[in-house]
Design a binder for this molecule. Structure first.
Ligand code: NAP
Length: 528
């Protein structure tokens, strides 16, 4: 049942008088639910509880935290169809997508549980003492990763499950040993409350401390700002717009004690189509890319917003085929009228730039909040001199850039801002022939794709989802896959520390049987 209340730890709370509603974009109507925005006092109480919970939670074994994460997955599933219906109502996304995303979210939680049970992720490193070393004796030093403290999580509008309440940021922070306070996304506050109820049930069932998780409602930026500025918050996870992510990043850095903000933001995901791909498979690629641009009404951070090639008749044929394929597809509903309005605004602004020609445009009338797709084309010179054309338009929109030659293509890639992904369509030999193009692309992105589409982000240890700014605020980390846990920890060295007082991961006997680096050697053996 959706109550509209905040979760302050295990307790439901609605002390404030500011309320708001969520919206059903398909019916173009408010939903039946009313939400109570968290007050300053409720925010303070949630953070105090998180800090108290941290004192015990940070010391829980990997196995114990793993049971909590697995229980969250079970409780989410137990919410059944009611949760799926709330997701569809608040997002306009189809049921199949909701079920798939729920599966992905449960899979993420279970992957972190597995990581905790195995245990080696803490990077235990031991340099044993050498009392006889000359000219000076060497002291015993041992290092491992430890959690940093309560984390504020800002979910995104476009993934109400996988990048939201119990999504990757929350799962990774809880896995690391950090309590989490979610600033619920106002567009899917009901879905968020239901998922929060599952997290709280799981916390109670597995005897987690009250305050290990809270969920705060808000329909404006104040609650999030107060959370980020709270001295007991030690890190921030964010997925959403460049504007929102950079504002929070700035705020966190202006604090008396600055804290890390891991924001995953905008990306236009350049795709380079090399001559062989155009000649041999141009029409196939056009079909695949039409699907990728339109997937989920284009509301993916990995949506291919920029397709680049070298001028030729094959590029023209590919561009026309892409236009034809896109024209065949029916517009779908966007997440919310605000997202739809932003899409229309961005699309029109870019369409009005000098030198931009239309390749495809859906012109028939559509139901409210449905996104009419559009593809433009410009030449490389126009693209280079007009940074407006480099902007992300969140929705089913893409630009084909026709470059004069490989040199101009390289220049275009070098002028782009940081991206989550970069794709090359071609044959393996062309990776050598177009080395400067490939190098330029690699310099701008977090994930390189060969002969594929950027949409679809596999959740596995080798995934990198993050890239140079503004794709993310710290390109050294990923927000997808189990390595995401590394964002919420810091290395601590123990020098000459008594055995029995060391964390188990660093004790001579290796009671956790984890892989460690002992005197520069990878091993899971005990120390003699
Ligand atoms: P958003 O507007 O950035 O909002 C994400 C979350 O951050 C919301 O909870 C929002 O709260 C909060 N927030 C935003 N600005 C803030 C600020 N200055 N201070 C404190 N909190 C702030 O993202 P969104 O709602 O997911 O989507 C809006 C736009 O973001 C889209 O149109 C699209 O352009 C972009 N987007 C990009 C990606 C991507 O991965 N590239 C993903 C999703 C969205 P309030 O809503 O309550 O203000």
């Amino acid at each position: 049942m959706i109550t509209g209340k905040n979760y302050i730890g295990n307790k439901l709370s609605s002390n404030g008088s500011n309320t708001y509603k969520t919206f059903d974009p398909k019916l173009n109507l408010d939903t039946e639910w009313t939400f109570y925005e968290a007050t300053k006092e409720e925010i303070g109480e949630a953070v105090d509880k998180a800090q108290d919970a941290f004192q015990s939670y940070k010391n829980f074994s990997g196995a114990k935290k793993a049971t909590f994460l697995e229980a969250i997955a079970e409780e989410i599933e137990a919410l059944g169809d009611e949760l799926i219906q709330a997701y569809c109502k608040e997002s306009g996304l189809p049921e199949g997508r909701a079920i798939g995303e729920r599966g992905r979210t449960m899979g993420q939680l279970r992957a972190f549980a597995q990581l905790l049970k195995e245990g080696s992720w803490v990077e235990a490193t031991i340099d044993t003492a050498q009392p006889d070393r000359k000219p000076l004796p060497k002291i015993d030093l041992r290092k491992m990763l430890l959690p940093i403290g309560p984390i504020a999580v800002f979910g995104s509008s476009n993934f109400p499950f996988a990048f939201s309440t119990a999504g990757g940021d929350t799962a990774s922070a809880l896995a690391s040993g950090c309590p989490v306070i979610v600033k619920s996304h106002p567009m899917h506050a009901g879905t968020g409350e239901m998922v929060s109820s599952a997290v709280i049930k799981a916390a109670e069932r597995t005897n987690m401390p009250d305050g290990v998780f809270s969920n705060l409602n808000s329909s404006g930026i104040e609650v999030g700002q107060q959370l980020v500025l709270h001295p007991k918050i030690k890190g921030v996870g964010f997925t959403g717009s460049i504007k929102g992510g950079t504002a929070l990043y700035k705020l966190a850095n202006e604090r008396k004690e600055p804290i890390p903000v891991f924001a995953e933001m905008g990306s236009i995901n350049p795709v380079v189509v090399l001559p062989s791909a155009l000649r041999e498979k141009g029409l196939d690629w056009a079909k695949q890319y039409a699907g990728s641009v339109m997937l989920g009404a284009g509301q993916f951070c990995t949506n291919p917003g920029l397709i680049l090639g070298i001028k030729s008749t094959s590029l023209d044929a590919f561009t026309n085929a892409l236009g034809d394929e896109i024209d065949k597809l029916e517009p779908t509903c966007m997440l919310h009228p605000n997202i739809h309005n932003n899409y229309e605004k961005g699309k029109n602004e870019l369409s009005n730039q000098g030198g931009a020609d239309v390749v495809a445009e859906y012109k028939k009338s559509v139901a409210p909040n449905h996104a009419q797709q559009k593809v433009l084309t410009v030449n490389g010179a126009n693209f280079l001199k007009n940074p407006k054309l480099h902007q992300e338009v969140f929705g089913p929109f893409s630009i084909v850039v026709r470059c004069a030659d490989a040199k101009e293509l390289t220049e275009v890639l070098n002028c782009l801002e940081g991206q989550l992904t970069g794709t090359i369509l071609g044959n393996p030999d062309e990776l050598k022939t177009y080395r400067s193009v490939v190098d330029a692309l690699q310099g701008r992105v977090g994930r390189l794709i060969f002969n594929g589409v950027p949409t679809g982000v596999e959740v596995c240890p080798s995934m990198q989802h993050g890239g140079p700014f503004p794709a993310s605020t710290d390109s050294r980390f990923t927000s997808v896959g189990v390595s995401a846990v590394k964002r919420w920890v810091r290395p601590v060295s123990f020098q000459n520390w008594p055995q029995e007082e060391l964390p188990e991961a660093l004790q001579d006997g290796n009671p956790l049987s984890i892989m460690r680096i002992v005197d520069s050697e990878h091993t899971n053996k005990k120390l003699e």
